[in-house]
Design a binder for this molecule. Structure first.
Ligand code: ADP
Ligand code: MG
Length: 819
């Protein structure tokens, strides 16, 4: 039943004509108001209106008790509200569900002109100057669309209003009160504002330190709303520097509601940004076209996009805030799924791949030559790989296996099959040290059937497995230009069967004769884009991606939705649990003593220096100093090596060789040794500032020991760990299973940090969380469904979606196809 506003309007107007003497109704206005508001409360359903309606309540007070001025002001508010109700009623007559944004910008006629759009720079917004825009640019906000998608990292809940008598010390509270007096004061010499404010239940003191200017704005009888922490001073309650705003007939921005907190940069003030954001949202959010097909949106019960955007900034309540996040998270996940799925399809459809037949006798000869027999899990995975390779559809497979589970030998078998079929194989590692180590491991694995013919440091050649010599080369960044060109020529001429390297392999100078299989090790350092760059080396090769980081299912679907999955879920026999201990700072000396004892019994140790984010150079310097200190003061009788990222490949190689050969007792290293290094005689891993590493990284460090027969140990030092740091140390001490650790890591760190999605060319996940399993699966289903009904997304109802896709995946090869 629509609310009848007429009687109230008439009476209030009459009351105004009679000079606000509370004489428009016999017996006073209060009873009439009481009845009217009860009726109104039932018939107002639009949340925006209801909220405004609630604001009009004369809390614990009555019209009769108001002063004339206050009566006049209050009636003004009510009349404006009645306008809004009538306006809203007309609106709802033509629209089924008016988006909240419309209602909140009730009187706002869009002031945009044809040339302005949400893709215009933010400077078209009134109040954003060029210099302010520059500060926003630093946050990645250039256009109005960026601004609308610049979501708060959290909200303060100032939505529960209290009276002054209800205030409790230590709580975050919100009150509406009258200013009795405000003046500048100088407590402790700081120019501040001090005010006394009151409501019908009492008075309370408010202090804003270092802000004397407020005193002038808070004139006596100003109605303000305050949100902030209440403390006790000389036995009385006081608000210290609360958020405040004038209480008037306007949406609240800083107080009395769920208030957004934005992560800001220098030169942007929270109040200023909130205010700008409120205006931007009101004026622009509703102009963002909803790119989701409406059928899909309804099926998934998602908010409309404009509403979701405005509720994500200024939610009416907690429920709408959640629903807004849901909608926006769904968008991210859907676009991500559409991206990866369409890429998989493009790759698989664009050209047929090159079937690699299993050469049983070569395979047998290779496996026979190994000094160990494969685990069941390794055998199973080799079968899966070879079955994929035989198809003309190029393989896209992720091989997941715990540290030390023996992925390298499995990959080597596949590379050998490619070579036996006359194709080239590429093996990419995330760092040069690892590339070098893989080069030497793979050479060793393939060398047991015949005599090696060394062709220099970078190319080795082995006979015995294939009818011709098998040639393996390493291409890394820091060899001489001449060498590099020579190698590149060999690769192009097809003189090299297996080429091992870093990113250098996907640079454009490197051309292959016919690349049949590309193996990417430690996948999380490589992104989708690098993978696709490798694919574009002509020839549409089979791709095998390997990772020691167990990837939870949600993440696998998110980041590797384009890959099939193989798992080595078994370690070679004889591996022991690595005893892990988190040491307090005062146990450092006993850690050193322990290392000395291990070395005395013939073992070796790693000492990992702290992670220093700023730069590799600083990190290298710190490691050098630590190496110096340890060599002279702690282990003067031992031989210590140093390994850091600033050393040349030759120097690194020298150190690794020497450590592997037992020439060094202790290797002091920056976190470069994180992945893959394999020294079976090393039994102690000491990690400095262990609290600063993620769980998966700590697990990787730990995986550097325990690779031989001896009991191994991992010692973790932390000077002053944060709460999260402590949680991680506690977990790593007690959990050996990498899979569990990865799950925990995700919980603690979130996906972006976990995999560095930003660098790896994935779209940002701002709203989606990895715990959104149901939502992710929903997005995956919807994405698959979309491709089923409209494989090229050509239908008219998908045109906005296609635009959004192209925007989300600008670097994607398929973006051209989409836009
Ligand atoms: P990761 O999966 O971490 O890359 P690697 O391939 O480096 O593991 O293998 C770890 C160590 O285990 C290597 O020294 C390798 O030679 C050895 N290895 C691999 N497979 C087996 C096996 N089936 N039995 C015994 N040792 C193995
Ligand atoms: Mg490995």
């Amino acid at each position: 039943m629509p609310l009848n506003t007429e009687p109230l309007r008439k009476i209030l107007e009459l009351e105004g004509q009679k000079g606000y003497a509370d004489s428009a109704v016999i017996g006073g206005l209060d009873r009439f108001l009481h009845n009217w508001s009860r009726q109104a409360a039932e018939s107002i359903t639009a949340p925006q209106l209801l909220r405004r309606f609630n604001k009009l309540h004369l809390a614990n007070s009555s019209y009769a008790s108001l002063a004339k001025e206050q009566r006049k002001e209050w009636i003004g508010h009510v009349l404006a509200f009645l306008d809004a109700v009538e306006h809203g009623a007309r609106d709802t007559a033509t629209r089924q569900s008016p988006p909240v944004t419309r209602a909140s910008s009730r009187a706002r006629v869009p002031r945009t002109t044809a040339s302005q759009s949400i893709d215009s720079p933010i400077t078209i917004i009134k109040g954003i100057s060029a210099s302010l825009a520059a500060r926003f640019n630093k946050l990645g906000v250039k256009t109005i669309r960026d601004l609308l998608y610049f979501f708060p990292y959290r909200h303060l809940d100032y939505s529960q209003r209290k009276t002054i008598s209800q205030l409790a010390e230590g709580n975050e509270e919100t009150i509406v009160a009258n200013v009795w007096q405000a003046q500048e004061t100088r407590p402790g010499g700081r120019r501040s504002t001090e005010a006394i404010v009151g409501d019908e239940t009492g008075n309370v003191r408010v202090v804003w330190f270092n802000n004397p200017y407020l005193a002038r704005q808070l004139t006596t009888n100003t109605r303000v709303i305050l949100s902030g922490r209440v403390s006790l001073f000389k036995g009385r309650h006081v608000f210290q520097s609360p958020e405040w705003e004038i209480f008037e007939d306007k949406d609240l921005v800083h107080t009395g509601r769920l208030v957004p907190l934005y992560s800001l940069t220098q030169g942007l003030r929270p109040r200023q940004v909130r205010k700008l954001m409120k205006e931007a949202v009101e004026q622009w959010a509703w102009q963002v076209p909803d790119f989701l097909p409406s059928g899909l949106r309804e099926r998934c019960s998602l908010l409309e996009l404009p509403q979701a955007i405005s509720q994500a900034h200024y939610p009416d309540d907690a429920t709408l805030k959640d629903r807004a996040r849901m909608r926006l998270a769904f968008d991210e996940l859907l676009l991500l799924q559409l991206g990866v799925l369409s890429k998989k399809r493009t790759w698989q459809e664009s050209q047929p791949g090159n079937p690699v037949n299993t050469n049983q006798s070569v395979l047998e000869a290779f496996l026979q030559s190994l000094p160990f027999s494969l685990t069941d899990a390794q055998q199973k995975v080799i079968k899966e790989l070879l079955a994929d390779l035989e198809k003309s559809r190029p393989m896209s497979r992720l091989l997941q296996g715990e540290v030390g589970s023996g992925k390298t030998v499995v990959a080597t078998a596949a590379l050998l099959m490619a070579a036996a079929n006359g194709y080239q194989g590429a093996f990419m590692a995330p760092t040069e040290i690892l590339a070098e180590q893989h080069f030497s491991t793979i050479c060793q694995l393939l060398s047991r059937t015949g005599q090696p013919e060394e062709k220099g440091n970078y190319i080795h050649s082995y006979s015995g497995l294939l009818p011709r010599p098998l040639t393996i080369a390493i291409l890394i960044g820091d060899i001489t230009q001449a060498r590099k060109r020579e190698l590149q020529q060999h690769i192009l001429d097809g003189n090299i069967d297996i080429i091992i390297g870093t990113h250098a392999l996907i640079q454009k100078e490197v051309e292959f004769h016919q690349l049949g299989l590309a193996v990417v090790d430690e996948q999380h350092r490589f992104g989708v884009m690098q993978r696709s760059a490798l694919r574009q080396k002509g020839f549409n090769p089979h791709v095998l991606v390997m990772t020691a980081t167990p990837i939870p299912r949600t993440l696998a679907l998110t980041l590797y939705g384009d890959l099939d999955l193989s798992v080595i879920d078994e370690l070679p026999p004889g591996r022991q649990e690595i005893k892990t201990k988190w040491l307090r700072p005062n146990q450092r000396d006993s850690a050193y003593a322990f290392i000395k004892r291990q070395v005395a019994s013939g073992r070796q140790a790693f000492i990992i220096c702290p992670l220093i984010e700023e730069s590799e150079a600083i990190e290298a310097r710190a490691a050098t100093a630590e190496h110096e200190r340890l060599s002279q003061e702690v282990f003067p009788e031992l031989r210590l090596g140093l390994l850091h990222g600033r050393m040349s490949a030759a120097e690194k190689d020298e150190v690794m060789r020497s450590f592997r050969a037992g020439g060094l007792h202790i290797l002091v290293a920056t976190p470069v040794v994180e992945v893959g290094i394999d020294i079976p005689n090393a039994t102690v891993m000491l990690v400095e500032s262990a609290d600063r590493f993620g769980l998966s990284q700590l697990h990787q460090f730990r995986g550097r020991v325990g690779r031989g027969q001896e009991q191994s140990y991992c010692m973790l030092l932390a000077e002053n760990p944060s709460e999260v740091g402590r949680a991680r140390l506690d977990i790593i001490e007690n959990v050996q299973d990498g899979f569990k650790l990865a799950e925990e890591d995700l919980q603690l760190r979130g996906p972006g940090e976990f995999f560095g999605t930003r660098q790896s060319g994935m779209p940002d996940l701002r709203m989606a969380k990895l715990s959104d399993i149901a939502l992710l699966e929903l997005a995956r289903r919807e994405a698959t469904g979309l491709f089923e009904i409209d494989p090229r997304l050509e239908k008219a109802e998908h045109s906005l979606l296609v635009k959004e896709l192209a925007r989300t995946w600008p670097e994607a090869p398929a973006a051209r196809e989409w836009s």
